[in-house]
Ligand binder design. Structure first.
Ligand SMILES: Nc1ncnc2c1ncn2[C@@H]1O[C@H](COP(=O)(O)OP(=O)(O)O)[C@@H](O)[C@H]1O
Ligand SMILES: [Mg+2]
Length: 493
């Protein structure tokens, strides 16, 4: 019995002869059910597990668009294919758009063509099902990792995923919950956050979770272009509208019809562009440069800014009415340094991602590295973390841990949080100023010795001491080398 035998196709077709013919094409490979009306189809769907619906527009009690719109809501996993005699392109496009069908097949259709389409449709459904399962498994996989001594340390909290966003912090969970709510609406969304915090990824997630997900998501960086170009990128232009406009241009708003347009760095646009944008948000109409007539475009706007627009409104450089329009939902992504719970899961995520790309196995990330990462302020946010990990993976050998030796200088030199805390304790513990300073000095020297693996010439140089001076301090503070715990492989020398 082939795998296909388990898959069920429901043919909704009013003409019983045609229904039989269609069933004949398919019944060797699939389980085939029939219905002659929409009503009958619903009854079958309520009782049977169905994988694909073939709906012929000849059915009279309900229109194909209506039927599939409903089916999409009630049985989103069933593949929808419409058979229609119509050759009207506009009408067919309309059906595809409104009912999000997998395919519209013009009838009559050769049997091999129908078979091929159905095979492919079910294959791609199966692939996306497996992909979903794998992602879920990954999400549930134990975030524990080996530390240097081989013990299992659970530093990583359970991670969550929202589309491609990975996180563990409560603050991100809140933002993503709000984002999910926004996805269910058609309101504009304004995403604010420092550069590299994941604004674009968030915009894609909102689109991906919205009804529009099968339509385009088109992004435009508004910061980089002069006004006229930006206008023509978004609204389009007629040939000859300005110097250099050598042919008509559709414009992003029309090209993304049915989908989402992401306006990045929206805070940077000129006052006159703000007016055009406001008009678009109010009317849903675009007027290409140099054109006489306006066109309608059904798009959802998601805008992003790395400066709080509220402040710009207060300064008078951003229109208040536009701000109010844009922030149907307002999502603020905090800087990475304010959600350090996300750092370990992101680090793991990126190390997996880049290890896979380089076809390399990474054993894990050492606890020490995690501590350094969490202590670093990451002004470039997630993007900077991603670059760091990518670099570390490239430096590490196959099967190795990412350890402190792979860190870039900036990160290697940051003092981990618990050390900072230790220092504060050293300072606040009792004693005279001299005693406090000495405790601190002992701590700094000992830290440096560990960092440079007791290479005393390097430490002396780094601290601006002579070798003898350093040796004196080691003796005075009774510092001794401990077995080096931060290494996961033997160091030459
Ligand atoms: N939560 C996250 N999970 C996974 N990757 C992320 C996350 N946030 C950001 N990134 C990655 O960081 C980089 C910067 O994100 P991006 O969305 O371009 O930020 P922004 O638009 O705010 O500058 C991208 O490579 C993105 O994939
Ligand atoms: Mg960006």
């Amino acid at each position: 019995m082939s795998r296909r035998d388990e898959e069920t196709i429901l043919i909704v077709e009013s003409d019983s002869a045609v229904r039989k013919t269609l069933a004949g094409y398919l019944k060797n490979d699939y389980r085939v059910l029939g219905a002659s009306t929409g009503q009958e189809a619903w009854t079958t769907l309520a009782k049977e597990k169905v994988d694909l619906i073939l709906f012929d527009e000849t059915v009279t009690d309900v229109q194909g668009v209506e039927f599939f719109r409903n089916a999409r809501v009630r049985y989103p996993d069933i593949v929808r294919i419409l058979l229609t005699a119509s050759r009207e392109q506009a009408q067919v496009m309309n059906i595809i758009r409104q009912a999000a069908v997998y395919h519209v097949i013009p009838t009559p259709c050769p049997s091999w063509h129908l078979r091929l389409l159905i095979d492919r449709a079910l294959e791609s459904r199966e692939l996306s099902r497996r992909h979903r399962m794998l992602s879920r498994d990954l999400k549930l996989s134990d975030g524990a990792f080996h530390n240097q001594t081989g013990a299992l340390t659970k530093l990583i909290r359970d991670s969550y995923e929202f589309d491609q966003l990975v996180f563990a912090s409560d603050t991100m969970l809140e933002v993503c919950n709000l984002a999910r709510k926004s996805a269910a609406t058609d309101l504009p969304v304004l995403i604010e956050g420092e550069t590299g915090t994941g604004k674009e990824l968030m915009a894609r997630a909102v689109h991906g979770f919205s009804e529009r997900h099968e339509f385009p998501f088109l992004a435009q960086n508004c910061g980089a272009l002069p006004d006229e170009l930006l206008q023509s990128e978004l609204f389009g232009h007629k040939r000859g509208a300005f110097t250099g406009a050598i042919s008509d241009r559709l414009g992003l708003f029309v090209a993304a019809d049915g989908g989402t347009v992401f306006l990045d760095e929206v805070s940077e646009v000129s006052p006159s562009f703000q007016v055009s944008l406001l008009r678009f948000l109010q009317e849903g109409e675009v007027k290409p440069l140099g054109a006489e007539r306006t066109k309608r475009a059904n798009v959802r706007i998601i805008a992003a800014s790395n400066r709080p627009i509220k402040d710009l409104v207060a300064q008078g450089s951003f229109r208040k009415d536009l701000y109010y329009r844009l922030r149907g939902f307002e999502l603020t992504i905090p800087p990475l340094r304010n959600r350090i719970d996300d750092i370990p899961v992101l680090a793991e995520h990126f190390s997996r991602k880049y290890a896979e790309r380089l076809n390399r196995r990474i054993a894990g990330i050492t606890v020490q590295v995690m501590r350094q990462l969490q202590a670093y302020p990451f002004h470039g946010n997630v993007r900077e973390l991603e670059t760091e990990i990518r670099r570390m993976v490239a430096l590490a050998g196959d099967g190795e841990f990412l350890s402190t030796e792979h860190l870039s200088d900036d990160l290697a030199n940051v003092l981990p949080l618990d050390l900072r805390r230790k220092e504060l304790n050293l300072i606040h513990a009792g004693g005279t100023l001299k005693q406090k300073v000495e405790r601190l000095e002992a701590q700094v020297v000992s830290e440096m010795l560990v960092r440079y693996r007791w290479n005393q010439s390097k430490v002396a140089k780094e601290l601006g001491l002579s070798r003898v001076g350093l040796a004196n301090k080691i003796r005075r503070y009774k510092l001794a080398a401990a077995p080096d715990a931060t290494l996961s492989r033997t160091q030459p020398g």
